[in-house]
Unconditional design. Sequence first.
Length: 305
Amino acid sequence: MIIYNYWKRNSMLQVRLSKIIGYANQHESIMRKAVEEFFGKIATDPHMENIESVSSLFNEWLIFDFKMPSRTTFIVDYYFKNPDSLPKELLEEFQQIIETQHFEMLELQSVKRGEWLKVYGLHSGKNYTVYEHSGSLKAPEKGTFWGRIAKVHDKYILVGSNPIFFPTTATPRLKKFYLKNKPDHFSPKDVLSLVLPQESKPSAFEKKQMTPYELEKKKESLKEHFKKIQKDNSLSVSFKDIVSFVYNEHYKTNFADFFTDLVKLGVPEKTVFSKADFFNDIWNFFPHKSLNGKSPNEMYKEHYK
């Protein structure tokens, strides 16, 4: 069960995007299809960890990205049918959102608390001053986040789910890569795996001592997991290719370049982002030539045991 009525309201908007959620809930059969398409076999619960972030991502995707049987989105359908008889000025806000909204990864440049965020769009290559009261109060000094921005009344604002900040920044090399390899389409659905509760998942380096047997079991489980990823994403690259690639890596600047080079290896950028935790585990638990044939996990254990 998912919470449908959770939605932030940007104080610069007169319209309430939550009205579209209410409108969508009147279409029960379409909503069931939307839930199935967004979550697949993932079980949800109102009491699960990060439920607000999960719900918020779903609501944003439902409004802007999910295609109804008519092949239009809920926000466009709501705008044209105007079921709540909104006045002209509110419909104009909806129109501006529809015409200018886009979703991409944004890198923080500077913050004025309580007023705005200055961000760089990693996929658009553009700089934006985004007016957002709540987000500017919670934002770190540096980092990245997935965000949907729109230009309303000549100002950029956040019109999507509440920002989830990641303490990472892009290297100049990674920024160039993003601009040359723009995705066909990214949506909150691709971010879902980053906020779902990790079921008994160990940290990247697992503080407990890992026996050689346990390490081999971990590698085997990652190999099995890859089979599903390979099937679901129609990957031509093999598990052996990725393990060999990790073994021969020699990044001198930033670990983020590993993810860039995965795309060059043949893994679609969308898959790299949606399965970032998996590829991070591959890097941590498989051997590297530069570490004398040991994994980062093993080196960590030797250093801190």
